[in-house]
Design a binder for this molecule. Structure first.
Ligand code: FMN
Length: 195
């Protein structure tokens, strides 16, 4: 073993790689235009239909959700890596011009949009924002509607390994890398495990 001590007087997260999801959070800017922003610190909040992500209060996403009380979540496929990245570009004259070239479709319940070629689409109403994580906050929402691309849905008729091989998933390997996940294995759960 050769364990090295990490200095916790500064953020440690750029010193090693960890696996994370990558989603696009969709909100409405004050002028009604679409905003999409990539977030990798994002996950379900428990086993019920809650979703949360870490955001900087200085980001448009945060003020948009405070104002409108809703947001969308698109889970992009590996082929959308470039779109996912470009959505992080700063605004020019209060608008992210790159978003004009995205193909989007409207959410059904909340006032929002999704990117066309994602595979999972969540519509969320703002639940609660928790401040106090240094410069960041945790924004949570209740999932009030959801759609998924048919090929990505689990099914008793379809081997899960085969399903993921045919419909690979996108992982953000933080910091600064990504992976297309096609090869997976059944998790070796212990017998009698309870959720
Ligand atoms: C791969 C990637 C992952 C990111 N993850 C996060 C994140 O988890 N939380 C966050 O606040 N910003 C994250 N960002 C930065 C924001 O997406 C970026 O600052 C964006 O421009 C904010 O847009 P907004 O002002 O419209 O909210 C990430 C950027 C990239 C490229």
């Amino acid at each position: 073993m050769n364990r090295l001590e990490l200095d916790t007087s500064t953020p440690i997260w750029d010193r090693f790689f960890v696996v994370a999801p990558l989603v696009l959070i969709g909100t409405r800017d004050a002028d009604g235009s679409l905003d999409l922003a990539p977030k990798h610190m994002a996950m379900p909040m428990g086993w019920q239909n809650y979703f949360g992500f870490v955001c900087s209060p200085s980001h448009g996403t945060c003020s948009n959700i405070e104002r409108t009380g809703e947001f969308t979540v698109s889970y992009p496929r590996p082929s959308q890596i470039l779109y996912s990245s470009l959505a992080a570009l700063p605004r020019v004259d209060g608008h992210k011009p790159v978003l004009d070239v995205y193909d989007t479709f409207p959410a059904s319940v909340v006032d929002g949009e999704f990117i066309d070629d994602a595979y999972l689409f969540l519509e969320c109403r703002h639940h609660e924002t928790f401040a106090g994580f240094g410069d960041n906050c945790l924004i949570t929402g209740t999932v009030v509607a959801a759609q998924a691309e048919a090929g990505f849905l689990k099914s008793n008729d379809r081997d899960s390994a085969e399903l993921i091989r045919d419909n690979p998933l996108l992982a953000y390997v933080s910091p600064g890398r990504f992976a297309e996940i096609g090869a997976t294995h059944a998790f070796p759960f212990p017998a009698n495990m309870k959720k």
